[in-house]
Design a protein around this ligand. Structure first.
Ligand code: NZQ
Ligand code: ZN
Length: 388
């Protein structure tokens, strides 16, 4: 392992089908006013809203409701939530939902008491908070992003055609997260498989970089194997608790910084996917699936040994009598077959992207240097064309 790193993760996790009962213990640590953030209404239909508000009332909390957090939360919503949190002097932001709601809650946490423009400071300029931070807690209802145990907060600015992630420091991570796999049973199949691919992509973004022997890569391989196995069960039977619980746990470990330890990490698929999302507002995991195979074919030559290892260690492909290149190719064929099997979107056309949008998508794509090939803008266009 060549890299130097600091590892620390402050988020306390409560896992299992009885985990919500620990919410009342956590609430004791915070003042009387709780801002309850949630999305478009799924938690009202599946009973999670009633369960959570019941516990909040029992704890004597004043609830400031902030519903309607949209998928791919917008900067306008962020401003509105920050104002609401400040005006009500909230003591805790409780996010109940998927990555969008938790990302948004983190944005509000760092923006409420920020006297500068948070979009410019945190997202455009990637600055760090210097103001008071409101603590965040979360109850996860949709699995994929890892937002439940990291500092990530992705906000979309449609007027500027940008979707940008800010990775906040530990002070903005959720203080606690409740992970009940049963809460994910009502997630629509489209969102479930998008989440599954998002997890896979998070692992691959960290795995496909560097060439040293690194424990992080072995952990990543184990997580990928567990995810592939559980995903096959979950797509056939979304109510399979064992599969859904393993997927939930894998998602958390895929992006809580552990498997990135000592690694440069790629993240270019996310940069292209986010640029597609900024223009189309498509589901995050599907923006990644739509561009991944063309991207990996494009960069594979720069990291052949790792791609060959991916084929044998993750997909169980026998390398005997094959060149490294053949084995690496077979790994990507296996990845693609699995993607089609679970039913993710395989092209950006289906997500609403057109040929005319490609230059704008390329302009919104940040070019990173941690993977096996540093792309040019022209290469991004090529990959996008191959993804149509
Ligand atoms: O809004 P509601 O009505 O709750 O419906 C949501 C939404 O339509 C629904 N849903 C969630 N839980 C449900 C449910 N429906 C039924 N039953 C349940 N239990 O699912 C839909 C998608 O939810 P959303 O939160 O948007 O999805 P996801 O968790 O994939 O989050 C996507 C956002 O996270 C960002 C993405 O860019 C995107 O903006 N990401 C955050 C990251 C991070 N924090 O580290 C990293 C990721 O790479 C990603 O970029
Ligand atoms: Zn992602």
């Amino acid at each position: 392992m060549q890299g130097n790193f600091i590892y620390s993760n402050p988020t306390k996790l409560y896992f299992g089908d009885e985990s919500l009962k620990y919410l009342s213990d956590e609430l004791k640590k915070y003042g009387p006013t709780v801002m309850l953030c949630y999305g478009g209404g799924s938690i009202k239909r599946n009973g999670i809203y009633d369960a959570v508000t019941g516990i909040l009332r029992e704890a004597g909390k004043t609830i400031v409701e902030d519903g309607g957090v949209m998928s791919n939360p917008t900067v306008e919503k962020l401003y509105e939530g920050a104002r609401m949190a400040r005006e009500n002097n909230v003591d805790l932001i409780l996010a109940v939902g998927g990555g969008s709601t938790i990302d948004y809650a983190k944005g509000v946490s760092a923006s409420a008491w920020c006297d500068e423009d948070p979009w410019t400071k945190y997202y455009l300029e990637q600055g760090d908070p210097t103001c008071r931070i409101i603590p965040v807690g979360s109850v996860l209802t949709m699995v994929g992003t890892g937002s439940e145990m990291n500092g990530g907060s992705v906000i979309s600015n449609h007027a500027q055609g940008l979707k940008i992630g800010k990775v906040f420091g530990e002070e903005v991570y959720p203080k606690f997260t409740i992970l009940n796999p049963k809460y994910t049973f009502t997630v629509p199949q489209y969102q479930m498989v998008a989440g599954i691919f998002d997890i896979m992509s998070h692992i691959m973004e960290q795995y496909f970089s560097d060439s040293d022997d690194n424990t992080s890569d072995y952990i990543a391989e184990g997580l990928m194997r567990s995810l592939i196995h559980a995903s096959r069960i979950a797509v056939k039977n979304p109510q399979d608790y064992e599969a859904r619980s393993n997927i939930m746990w894998t998602a958390t470990w895929a992006l809580n910084t552990l498997i990135g330890c000592g690694k440069h990490q790629d993240w270019e698929v996310h940069m292209i996917g986010q640029a597609v999302g900024a223009i189309t507002n498509a589901t995050h995991g599907m923006t990644l699936s739509a561009v991944s195979i063309p991207y990996y074919r494009h960069v594979m030559a720069g990291g052949l040994p790792k791609f060959a290892r991916f084929a044998s260690s993750v997909w169980g492909i026998n390398g005997e009598g094959k060149t490294e290149r053949q084995l690496a190719d077979e790994g990507l064929v296996a990845l693609e077959a699995w993607m089609r099997e679970i039913g993710v979107v395989m092209n950006i056309t289906e997500l609403g992207a057109t040929e005319e949008m490609l230059p704008k998508i390329a302009d919104g794509t940040f070019l990173l240097t941690g993977g096996y090939k540093v792309l040019t803008r022209e290469e991004v266009i090529e990959i996008l064309k191959e993804s149509m």
